[in-house]
Design a protein around this ligand. Structure first.
Ligand SMILES: Cc1ncc(COP(=O)(O)O)c(C=O)c1O
Length: 366
């Protein structure tokens, strides 16, 4: 029996979240963001689990290649674009939609042979990560429209602060984007999960015609809230990933006994420790502190001591009746990844992206 930590993926939850986002997006088209192995859930499983998505977005050429090699035919947006002419050739061969966010990429496209590429011109409206200056948009658009390799030019931007609905930065970013897109007749894309769920009207998702708008949800597809004050369930989302394992040992300890590397945690009274087959080698981060909740047999118990590579310890308490082999949930149903992440001052994105797939996962069909 394989007893190591592994993920269970619920395709029904994925489809539920997709439908909820489609409604929240007012019928706008959905570009599902599945970079970083679909946020740790499995690139192909998620790509195949979203039959109604209008397109898929990845960050790297290798991710696009994997999708095409496995027969995925949906449009694929390459969110970071390409870096070299060779990459451009490969991306065009894979029929990727390209994000253009700098002059080098524009020059490469101008030098490319005839084609029918879709290009997303990315405008930096204030996040200062990727994107061209709003003042340069007209020049880029004119040059892109003359490129023999390009058939369709679209406009996009990315919001840096949409997860905080009280932050005025988003309004400023949206104003800048509205200004550059004022005379633009093509398709546009702005909203990530937080914007779909928190800034829908400001992003035009409540307007009568959303047919030229694309939204780009990532985290919410996986059932996780983009907002720090709420869990996915508060928004009607369902967690897609359950990260689970089993107890492999039960160990009574005495008052004052130290547990784990460095003896950072000491029993405050006689108790029973459970050893779980999960560690940072599986993607359960070492930075999660003592006290982080873990579910054992449907009850919550605290993580104690330093997380090892293959194991971690929980305090089951005096009188515990658990046995080796009993089920453990590290995050997922009834224990949101958002709550676990908050214990270490990080975000659930980091936890779910970090699972290592050391053991094969299980996919529960819709
Ligand atoms: C350009 C871009 N669009 C959309 C997304 C999806 O964001 P979220 O996962 O917050 O919905 C990302 C994710 O990082 C992104 O980089």
């Amino acid at each position: 029996m394989s007893f190591g930590a592994r993920i269970r993926i619920r395709l029904g939850a994925l489809q539920h979240n997709f439908s909820l986002l489609k409604v929240a997006a007012g019928g706008a088209r959905i570009c599902s963001v599945i970079k970083a192995n679909a946020f740790g859930h499995g690139l192909l499983v998620v790509a195949r689990g979203l039959p109604d998505t209008d397109s898929l977005a990845v960050a790297r050429l290798s991710e696009a290649r994997m999708l095409r090699d496995h027969g995925i035919e949906k449009p694929i947006v390459l969110l970071a674009g390409v870096l070299t002419p060779d990459d451009l050739r490969h991306a065009l061969n894979l029929d990727c939609e390209l994000v253009v966010h700098n002059r080098l990429q524009l020059d490469m496209l101008e030098a490319a042979g005839p084609g029918s590429a879709t290009v997303w011109l990315k405008v930096d409206t204030g996040m200062h990560r990727l994107g061209i200056d709003p003042d340069d948009v007209d020049e880029y658009l004119a040059r892109l429209r003359r490129c023999r390799a390009v058939r369709d030019v679209r406009l996009m931007t990315h919001l840096g602060n949409a997860d905080n609905t009280a932050d005025p930065t988003t309004t400023l970013q949206l104003q800048r984007f509205t200004r550059v897109a004022a005379d633009f007749a093509g398709d546009t894309s702005v909203a990530n999960s937080a914007a779909i769920l928190g800034w829908g009207e400001a992003c035009g998702l409540a307007s009568p015609d959303t047919s030229k708008i694309w939204v780009r949800p990532g985290i919410a597809l996986y059932g996780i809230s983009p907002f720090s004050a709420q869990c996915g369930a508060d928004l009607g989302l369902q967690p897609v990933m359950e990260f689970e394992s089993r107890l492999i040992a039960i160990k009574p300890v005495k008052n004052g006994d130290a547990v784990g590397y460095g003896g950072t945690w000491k029993a405050n009274g006689d108790t029973i420790i459970g050893i779980v087959s999960a560690g940072y080698g599986d993607g359960y981060p070492r930075f999660l502190p003592s006290g982080t909740p873990i579910r054992v047999n449907d009850r919550r118990v605290p993580l104690v001591g330093i997380v090892s590579m293959d194991m971690l310890a929980v305090d089951l308490g005096q009188g515990a009746t658990e046995r080796p082999g009993d089920p453990v949930v590290l995050w997922g149903n009834e224990l949101p990844a958002e709550e676990v992440a908050a214990c270490a001052g990080t975000i659930a994105y980091q936890l779910i992206c970090g699972v290592t797939h050391r053991e094969p996962g299980e996919v529960i069909p819709a």
